[in-house]
Design a binder for this molecule. Sequence first.
Ligand code: ADP
Ligand code: MG
Length: 248
Amino acid sequence: MSKVAVTQDSLVVLEDVEKTYHMGEVEVTALSHTDLVLDRGEFVVILGPSGSGKTTLLNLIGGIDSPTAGRVVIDGEDITHYRQRQLTLFRRRTVGFVFQFFNLIPTLTARENVDFALQLTRRGRRRGGEGESAAELLAKVGLGERLEHFPSQLSGGEQQRVAVARALAKKPAVILGDEPTGNLDFRTGKLVLSAMREVNRLLGTTVVIVTHNQPLAAVADRVLHFREGRIAGTQVNAHPVPPEDVEW
Ligand code: ADP
Ligand code: MG
């Protein structure tokens, strides 16, 4: 029945997905007839002009929104018809988000921001499991020396790495980044990508990043090119470039 080739390794499965927004009389089809399978542990970059449906796709993968038609299965869970409450729990369990604007809580230190995410996660899971501390997660993204800094005392790149550590707190199956380097200069953007790549390699977390920066595509295992609400092309990088080495 399925048109897409799903295996045990498939983490993201989109089958003939469509997303239409209704704005009064006007209908906007943001995504049409999209089939997509991403495997566990893949590092994927999505490129495409503004308005081509990139954010819509991330929102569907991340359970922020539901499709108008088709099927969405993430980590073996069919979330296509989930209601808000179920989507909230799904997101908490399965997805880490890294946004363009870092969305840290300004009155909490780096450590407390990550701790907060850890607490939410522990509450969402019945099985306890100690897992890593906020300090360990921050060390993983190179911020072991910045634990007690408030967001306003950190550079943009450092704030974004706190956001990566926070996304890691729940050991998500997938990390989604919508222009995570959009507000960073090249050098700090590379540091953030390095942190995401390292997490991907160390923990096998699937990473999907939307970017406007064409050269960044070189770091991905796979690049999806979006055009007018469709995946217009796919490119596999046999030898992905380490983020540090990208010529930007
Ligand atoms: P991208 O991230 O590639 O810039 P989006 O996925 O945000 O593109 O948007 C795709 C299309 O859907 C655009 O034409 C946009 O205006 C429209 N769109 C996105 N979100 C909404 C929404 N919540 N309501 C109405 N139209 C939307
Ligand atoms: Mg967008």
